[in-house]
Design a protein around this ligand. Structure first.
Ligand SMILES: O=P(O)(O)O[C@H]1O[C@H](CO)[C@@H](O)[C@H]1O
Ligand SMILES: Nc1nc2[nH]cnc2c(=O)[nH]1
Length: 308
C-alpha cells in the first residue's frame, strides 16, 4: 500500500508472461472491473488467473466487491480476442499511492493492449439518469486533478511519454460508437444507456447534499471514487479509452432543506413534528445493484470486444 513503483516494469511483465500460454501473452484489450463487476471472467475461455500478490509492483485491493486478481483469457465469438481484466482495482482512499493505483494500467500497456474498457459503479447526479443505467462517459471533471492530486505529477516513467497530456480527446469517440452499436445489436432498451460526465472525488465519504448539488451544477452526471487516474495513465500510454459507469444509486441532492429551526418552533407551539429522515447510500446497495445489472454490462463489454 502506498508503495513506490519499481524503477523498471520488466519484473512485473516477466512474472505475468512466465505463467501465460503463448496465445494469451499479448492481450489486445484491457478491462477494469468496478465494484461488484468482476463476473466478466465467467465468459472468458482458456482463463488464467494471477493473484496480484504474485506480481511485483501490484498492491492488494481492500474494498468489498474487488478481488485482487488479474485474469487473462479469450473473449468473444470465433477464436476470441485475447484480453486481460483487472478483477478489482485500487483506490487512493485505500491508502494506495496514485502511482500504485495506475500501475496495472501501465503493465497492461506494456503487455500490448491497444484499447481499455474501464467500468465502475457510480452515483447519479442527474434526475434523468436513473439507477441501473449504464452511462457511456464522454468527459470528466476531476477536482483532485485540478488541485494537485494527479497521477501524472512527478518524474515521468518514460521519456517517450508526453509531458503535457491533452485530455480533450480522452474518451474515444470510436469506442463509444461501438458501445452504442453493441447495445443496438443486443436489443437493449433505448433507456439502458446514457451519455454523461463523470466526476472523480477522492472518497471514501459519499457526497453531502450540498456537494451533490455543486457537482451537478458544474456539469457532472455521475460521481465516483475511481477511474480518472486510470484514464490519465491509459491516455499517457497511448491507449484508446472507453468508460462505462453503472449507476447504482442516486446522490441525494434536495434543493431545499426543511428548517429544523421552524420544526422546533412548530413543536413548541404544540404541533406534532416529525424530523426529516435523510436517505443514505451504502456500499452494500452499490454492490446489490452491481450484481443485478452486471450481466448487461458484461454482455455489452463482450459485444464491444467482439466488434473491435
Ligand atoms: O469505482 P468503483 O471501484 O466501481 O467503486 C465505487 O463504489 C465504491 C463506493 O461504493 C467506490 O470505490 C466507488 O468508486
Ligand atoms: N462518490 C461516490 N461514489 C459512488 N460509487 C457508487 N455510488 C457512489 C456515490 O454516490 N458517490
Amino acid at each position: 500500500m502506498g508503495d513506490d513503483i519499481p524503477l523498471s516494469f520488466d519484473a512485473s511483465v516477466d512474472a505475468i508472461k512466465r505463467v501465460l500460454p503463448i496465445n494469451l501473452q499479448s492481450p489486445r484489450v484491457g478491462i477494469i472491473c468496478g465494484s461488484g463487476l468482476s463476473g466478466i471472467v465467467n465468459v472468458f475461455r482458456d482463463v488464467v488467473l494471477i493473484p496480484y500478490e504474485n506480481i511485483p509492483g501490484f498492491s492488494t485491493s481492500t474494498v468489498p466487491g474487488h478481488k485482487s486478481t488479474l485474469a487473462f483469457g479469450l473473449l468473444g465469438s470465433g477464436e476470441g480476442v485475447p484480453v486481460v481484466a483487472m478483477l478489482g482495482r485500487f483506490h487512493p482512499y485505500e491508502g494506495h499511492s496514485l502511482s500504485s493505483v495506475v500501475y496495472p494500467v501501465r503493465i497492461m500497456a506494456k503487455l500490448g493492449i491497444k484499447d481499455i474498457i474501464i467500468t465502475n459503479a457510480a452515483g447519479s447526479l442527474n434526475p434523468s439518469i436513473p439507477v441501473g443505467t449504464i452511462v457511456v462517459i464522454q468527459d470528466h471533471l476531476a477536482l483532485p486533478n485540478l488541485t494537485g492530486m494527479n497521477p501524472l505529477l512527478g518524474p515521468q516513467t518514460s521519456k517517450d511519454l508526453p509531458r503535457f497530456l491533452p485530455l480533450s480527446d480522452a474518451y474515444s469517440p470510436a469506442l463509444r460508437r461501438l458501445v452504442f452499436l453493441a447495445a443496438h445489436q443486443l436489443q437493449l432498451d433505448d433507456s439502458a444507456l446514457a451519455e454523461g460526465t463523470y466526476a472523480w472525488v477522492s472518497g471514501p465519504t459519499y457526497e453531502t447534499p450540498a456537494e451533490g448539488r455543486f457537482l451537478r451544477r458544474v456539469g457532472a452526471d455521475v460521481v465516483g471514487m475511481s477511474t480518472v487516474p486510470e484514464v490519465l495513465a491509459a491516455r499517457e500510454e497511448g491507449l484508446n479509452v472507453v468508460v462505462l459507469s453503472l449507476v447504482t444509486n442516486f446522490v441525494v441532492i434536495p434543493e431545499t432543506y426543511r428548517s429544523i429551526k421552524e420544526e422546533v418552533q412548530a413543536e413548541l407551539a404544540g404541533k406534532k413534528v416529525e424530523l426529516p429522515q435523510a436517505q443514505v447510500v451504502s456500499h452494500a446497495e452499490v454492490l446489490a445493484i452491481g450484481q443485478e445489472k452486471a450481466g448487461i454490462l458484461m454482455k455489452l463489454v463482450e459485444s464491444v470486444v467482439d466488434s473491435l
